[in-house]
Design a protein around this ligand. Structure first.
Ligand code: GN1
Ligand code: MG
Length: 345
């Protein structure tokens, strides 16, 4: 497989990386040095692979800066973006950002600050890019109405024993959906990452500085509160979305402050309405992911890769519980956001 790509001929070894719910991912090393990321691309989730590639190229052109690290999409020897195997699966090779790693959870305020700073730099560098030049790789990806519609269909056509098992979540879903149906208005469309969770942020192994965001397949038009909400939910929550222990959901608002200070330090300029929509984003994103996991659960686990039985149900329980917590605390969350004094247009 590796010999099909435009890379030096060497002895490489490959090991699977288990995080990620969509593609099958492998770290490629030579000696002890990780050099590449090899992926079997999930074309049923991303049927338009050409859009994913073109968005990557446009994005890379906009992110050239000494403040921000980038990785490269390595072409095949034939000059194509993907190689197709005998089973018609697509594979691609990406460069590994040298000396980088990602974190499973945030322990320190300095780490949360770095996350916010990287997010802010990403958006500042992209603030002059034209969102219309990025095609949506998955239509209506973060659209609440569409996701609720898919969920309602799944309740009608899905596995009835699974519909029974998730019944206790319905009251919370209705409560949150009612609040979220009043969407923030006057929010500008930006080029967004659309999958800004902690595992997609790279840090320098030595300095612990935030380097960049990875996993750029979902990049496309969106609202800043999407990227803010997805990152914040994965930083301030006390447990990961796939945690199956019975700890109650909790959050650390000091880490939220630190992340916001990082955004401020990035010198990203936001609109007044964008700042006012951030607490909404922190309720919306865990809710959307929860509803999507639940839809997949009811439909028989067809979309997300799973690492333990009923993982989709467990993720849905955790994500909806966390969304409810941020909903209940939305006023104090928004107060904290205002107190940080983000830069306003
Ligand atoms: C998927 O594969 P991964 O982990 O990057 C999903 C995201 C969700 C995430 C889990 C294309 O991303 O929306 O955040 O699982 N990506 C797609 O919550 O559906
Ligand atoms: Mg992703």
């Amino acid at each position: 497989m590796l010999s099909s790509f435009e890379i030096p001929e060497k002895r490489y070894s490959c090991e699977p990386i288990s995080s990620g719910y969509i593609h099958a991912t492998y770290r490629v090393t030579s000696g002890n040095t990780p050099l590449y990321i090899l992926q079997k691309f999930n074309a049923s989730v991303f049927p338009d692979s050409e859009t994913v590639y073109q968005n990557f190229l446009s994005l890379s052109a906009n992110l050239i800066s000494s403040e921000y690290s980038q990785y490269h999409w390595i072409p095949t020897k034939e000059g194509t973006a993907f190689i197709e195997d005998q089973n018609k699966d697509l594979w691609r090779l990406l460069s590994f950002v040298p000396n980088s790693h990602n974190l499973e959870s945030i322990k320190l305020k300095s780490q949360a600050f770095e996350c916010g700073r990287v997010l802010g730099i990403f958006h500042r560098l992209l603030s002059t890019a034209d969102p219309c030049s990025f095609k949506e790789p998955i239509k209506d990806f973060h659209d609440l109405t569409f996701r609720l519609h898919e969920f309602e269909n799944a309740l009608k056509t899905g596995l009835s024993e699974r519909v029974q098992k998730m019944h206790s979540l319905i009251d919370d879903i209705n409560l949150l959906a009612a609040y979220l149906s009043k969407k923030p208005t006057s929010i500008p469309i930006r080029v967004c990452h659309n999958d800004t969770k902690l595992s997609n942020i790279l840090f320098d192994k030595n300095s612990q500085q935030g380097l960049c965001l990875v996993d750029l397949d979902t990049v496309g038009p969106g609202f800043f509160y999407y990227d803010f909400g997805d990152m914040a939910r994965s930083i301030i929550g006390n447990k990961s979305e796939d945690n199956y222990t019975e700890i109650r959901a909790d959050m650390n608002l000091d880490l939220l402050d630190a992340m916001l200070c990082g955004i401020k330090a990035s010198k990203l300029i936001l609109g007044k309405e964008e700042i006012e929509s951030l607490s909404y984003g922190l309720v919306l994103l865990p809710f959307l992911h929860g509803i999507r996991a639940l839809t997949d659960y009811v439909q028989g686990d067809k979309y997300y890769q799973m690492s333990f039985p009923d993982e989709n149900l467990q993720r849905a329980i955790n994500l909806i519980e966390f969304s409810k917590l941020t909903f209940e605390k939305r006023d104090s969350i928004q107060d904290r956001i205002s107190e940080v004094g983000l830069r306003i247009i």
